[in-house]
Design a protein around this ligand. Sequence first.
Ligand code: HEC
Ligand code: HEC
Ligand code: HEC
Ligand code: HEC
Ligand code: HEC
Ligand code: HEC
Ligand code: HEC
Ligand code: HEC
Ligand code: HEC
Ligand code: HEC
Ligand code: HEC
Length: 406
Amino acid sequence: MKQRVPGFSRIRTSFLFTAILLSLGLTAGNTFALTNDDCLGCHGDIIDVTIFSATVHGGNGCVSCHREAAAATDEHPLPMPPVNCGTCHQKIAEVHAKSEHGKAIKGGDKQAPRCYDCHSKHEIFRPTDPRSTTYPLNIPGTCGRCHQDGSPMTTSHKLKKKHITDNYTMSVHGKGLYKDGLIVTATCSSCHTNHDVQKASSPNSSVNRNNIIATCTQCHVGIGNQFLKSVHSPLITKTDKKLPVCIDCHSDHTISMVDNKDFRLTIAQQCGNCHGRYSETYLETYHGRASMLKGGEKLAKCSDCHGAHDIMPSTSPESRINKAKIVETCSACHPKANASFTTYLTHATHSKEDKARYPYLFYTFWAMTGLLVGTFAFFGMHTLLWIPRSYMERVKAAKAKREEQD
Ligand code: HEC
Ligand code: HEC
Ligand code: HEC
Ligand code: HEC
Ligand code: HEC
Ligand code: HEC
Ligand code: HEC
Ligand code: HEC
Ligand code: HEC
Ligand code: HEC
Ligand code: HEC
């Protein structure tokens, strides 16, 4: 996903080329060309020469970027054209130009990031250097300068996605980064790329639905490969229905640990977004109902029985709920489970829709219900008929008693 520098040799060549051009300029009688020291003599207040010398371009002359000052003798033209980093980083400049950011710049958007908005002007270090604005620990801050709530950019642009940096900071990746200093975790640019930042709706975007599995699989290799073999994989199931991708179940900026209570409690809902009936019927069973109570996260969730990334239809021998495996699946929480225990029907309902799937349950339910209703009806009627009779008996008895007393 990351863009590479266009190869050292290429950069060196163009750098060399610039250097040659410069020396040609110098030898062409221009003996008064400005040196770095000259530039700093007037601009030393804004550029810290010690820091600049230590940067990746520290060995370059000021004029390697500010080319228009190259031919100057004691004064340079004003205003100076903007620096074009692309003279040396051509490939990156091309990618950036086609990105959402680059297109916005072309459209005249003053708040869209130029190279120096992310890399700084005179303090450019390698991304592996902790002083760099693109060092993993600093990337969320670099993007966040514009993409965090309340920034001038978010105020003037009504982008759909909100609370991005706050959510990221609280996510498993953000906590890994900030709390543990885990610099191999996902930062903004791991998912959005460095320079090819595109809208999620763009088919080429690294965060488009069609590419998200590959984006997460950069790091979660094992899970990604397992997922591609499951019933939810576009390689396995050819369907017009929407197949789930990583972010449907995990979200994007609010990804949490999967043993987190809140995550466990939303699984049924996540799967239920597509498997509505199964989620409803699950909620009617013991596991589903008790999930609503305190400690409900311990009860079986869809993924405890079906798996999460290796889901297969129950008819497949690889399914965790296939006859061959189901005892093992239930035993994870019910150590005494055996074949008869597993006949407990997880999704069974007595509804008409499920008649074909669970005929036994359907008819038993209606037989039992019939019996119950019948019984109540019979005794209800009996009681009703009995009321006037019992009243008359009482009146009779009272009358007899009174006559006896008189
Ligand atoms: C890696 C490229 C690069 C090098 C090398 C470089 N600059 Fe710059 N400089 C920039 C960029 C980018 C800007 C932002 C404005 C623009 O695009 O022209 C800038 C802006 C400036 C400005 C305008 C004030 C400002 O902060 O915007 C001055 C003055 C300046 N540079 C002087 C120097 C001097 C002096 C040196 C040598 C010590 C130097 N630059 C070396 C890239 C560079
Ligand atoms: C004699 C003093 C002097 C020298 C030497 C000098 N500059 Fe400048 N430079 C200025 C002044 C004055 C400005 C305009 C006000 C400002 O931005 O500070 C300026 C502005 C700039 C700007 C901003 C351009 C703009 O359009 O706003 C850049 C970039 C710059 N200089 C680069 C250089 C570089 C690179 C060198 C060395 C090759 C250099 N300067 C040498 C005086 C000088
Ligand atoms: C005159 C050519 C030239 C210009 C212009 C130039 N660079 Fe570079 N840049 C280089 C060279 C050469 C290297 C590699 C240095 C090395 O590897 O030792 C480099 C390295 C870098 C690196 C670190 C790359 C890495 O893999 O660690 C970054 C980031 C960078 N440049 C950003 C910029 C930005 C941003 C600008 C414009 C503000 C810019 N460069 C302008 C020549 C240039
Ligand atoms: C939106 C922010 C952003 C913008 C704009 C941006 N970069 Fe980068 N750039 C990054 C990040 C983030 C990294 C690298 C992080 C990493 O490798 O972990 C990077 C890496 C680099 C590297 C070194 C490694 C690589 O990926 O090849 C160079 C060179 C570079 N950028 C040059 C440029 C140039 C030139 C421009 C303008 C055409 C530019 N960048 C615009 C964010 C940006
Ligand atoms: C200097 C400000 C600035 C910085 C820094 C910046 N962006 Fe942006 N970003 C923008 C602007 C402005 C837009 C809106 C462009 C448009 O109108 O389409 C944008 C758009 C986007 C979009 C498309 C969103 C949408 O709804 O269209 C993504 C994704 C994005 N940026 C990610 C990043 C990432 C990741 C970083 C850091 C590597 C970053 N940005 C750094 C200003 C910035
Ligand atoms: C783990 C991967 C991941 C990380 C880390 C991440 N994002 Fe995202 N981001 C996504 C995904 C996936 C989407 C698109 C979700 C969708 O389809 O709506 C997205 C959407 C966005 C959007 C809106 C894009 C659009 O077109 O609507 C912006 C802006 C954005 N992210 C910026 C950031 C910034 C800034 C950071 C760092 C603080 C960041 N993201 C970190 C995965 C990530
Ligand atoms: C259909 C929903 C769903 C999809 C799609 C999905 N996951 Fe998961 N994922 C889960 C559930 C549920 C768990 C918790 C599993 C458990 O507790 O055993 C989980 C667990 C994880 C874990 C924690 C480690 C583990 O195996 O327990 C990671 C990392 C992960 N998923 C990444 C991904 C990635 C990357 C993708 C895309 C390739 C993805 N997930 C797709 C539902 C999903
Ligand atoms: C740059 C590598 C990288 C990328 C890209 C990445 N992750 Fe992660 N992810 C990690 C690392 C490392 C961890 C370990 C936890 C941490 O960050 O502290 C993790 C943790 C997780 C967890 C929690 C696992 C647990 O044990 O509970 C989930 C879920 C997860 N990632 C999902 C995703 C999804 C979904 C995507 C794509 C949208 C994604 N990740 C992209 C590196 C990455
Ligand atoms: C974005 C929608 C979506 C989400 C979310 C989703 N699924 Fe699926 N699932 C599908 C599609 C589409 C199929 C392919 C079979 C079909 O056409 O119904 C499928 C197939 C299945 C199958 C095989 C069914 C069969 O009849 O062959 C099982 C079991 C399954 N999913 C369980 C789950 C579980 C458990 C979760 C949550 C962890 C989940 N699904 C989340 C869309 C989804
Ligand atoms: C206690 C274990 C268990 C839990 C929890 C569970 N299921 Fe099932 N599920 C089964 C079993 C066993 C079957 C096959 C027999 C049946 O239909 O009852 C099945 C069947 C299915 C099927 C039909 C496809 C197939 O493979 O036959 C889908 C789809 C499904 N479940 C989705 C879900 C969803 C969505 C959830 C959560 C809302 C969920 N399940 C929770 C055990 C479970
Ligand atoms: C993630 C753990 C987990 C898994 C896996 C699981 N259950 Fe449960 N189940 C529970 C918990 C917790 C309870 C409530 C406490 C109890 O009674 O043991 C429960 C209760 C039950 C009950 C009602 C109470 C009882 O013990 O009679 C039945 C029946 C049941 N489970 C059947 C199953 C079947 C069948 C499977 C496999 C298809 C299964 N469970 C898989 C956690 C799980």
